[in-house]
Write a protein of this length. Structure first.
Length: 291
């Protein structure tokens, strides 16, 4: 008989990884850097957001910065790891991004820092977030993109193939920048914008990178994963990593592609496209070369 297809992510394992990171004193340098970049984007918007949601609050760094903004009255923290949640100030909710537990039109702003790449149904999650926004409310989110850890993915693939004669899924799939704005539009957001930035971190060796990923709570939680890496496979992966990607100082670069998503809940006051056929000039005339 056909076996059921496993879920993309093992939600229990993912939460356990996040809980472990919280207990061990989370490695948060990447989340802190991305939070600053989210706030930079928010600062160029001349608006106040009285009621905000921090989806994936972790240690509360982004939450506190949102609470300090002019016009903010309350920030609600939503976080799947109870250990993180216990140390956060203000209203707190244990929540998985695949099941947003808020009623429609609850928030003026939803900010999410490096959480949404753990949703198997990102379009569905975006629909839920759009519904949780008040009309003309803003979603501002950062998630890992498709080029994240391309070096690690390559090294593990080649090492496992050489040592074990097959491969097991090790690195989560991610969306590409070209698809991000379309997903926002598909989910019903107005004025969707997506852009990306690359953060490269260098490590002395592969175990140091893996320790940081564990401390971030970003280790493998794919439903189809088969087993832990054998020692021989890990050693071979380190050698391949250094040979293929190592720099002149024999350090290993790790690429994190960060996708930034921005979209508004629809409202009548927002700019609207002109009706089809209402243009007063022909596009062909505008594209003609001037002599």
């Amino acid at each position: 008989m056909d076996q059921p297809t496993p879920a993309l992510f093992d939600r229990r394992a993912w939460r356990a990884h996040r809980e472990r990171a919280a207990r061990g004193g989370a490695v948060d340098f990447l989340h802190a850097e991305v939070a600053d970049r989210l706030l930079d984007r928010l600062d160029v918007i001349n608006r106040e957001f009285p009621l905000a949601l921090d989806l994936g609050a972790r240690d509360g760094g982004l939450l506190r910065a949102l609470a300090a903004r002019a016009g903010t009255e309350r920030v609600v923290a939503a976080e799947p790891a109870r250990r993180f949640l216990a140390d956060l100030p203000g209203p707190r909710v244990a929540a998985d991004p695949e099941f947003v537990p808020f009623r429609d039109a609850s928030f003026d702003l939803i900010a999410s820092n490096l959480l949404l790449h753990w949703t198997a149904d990102l379009p569905g999650a975006l629909v839920q977030l759009r519904r949780a926004l008040k009309p003309d409310g803003l979603l501002l989110a950062a998630l890992l993109g498709g080029q994240t850890l391309v070096e690690l993915r390559t090294a593990l693939f080649e090492a496992e193939l050489a040592e074990e004669g097959g491969v097991s899924p090790r690195v989560s799939p991610s969306i590409e920048l070209a698809d991000a704005a379309a997903l926002l539009q598909r989910a019903g957001f107005a004025l969707p914008v997506a852009d990306s930035e690359t953060i490269t971190v260098s490590y002395p060796d592969l175990p140091a990178l893996l320790r940081d990923l564990r401390g971030m709570g970003e280790t493998n939680a794919l439903g189809a994963r088969r087993h832990f890496l054998r020692r021989a496979t890990l050693v071979e992966a380190g050698l391949i990593y250094a040979e293929r990607f190592g720099d002149a100082d024999v350090r290993l670069p790790a690429t994190f592609e960060i996708l930034f998503l921005c979209g508004w809940a629809p409202h009548a006051s927002q700019p609207q496209p002109l009706p089809r056929g209402s243009a007063s000039a022909r596009l062909a005339d505008a594209l003609k070369p001037k002599l």
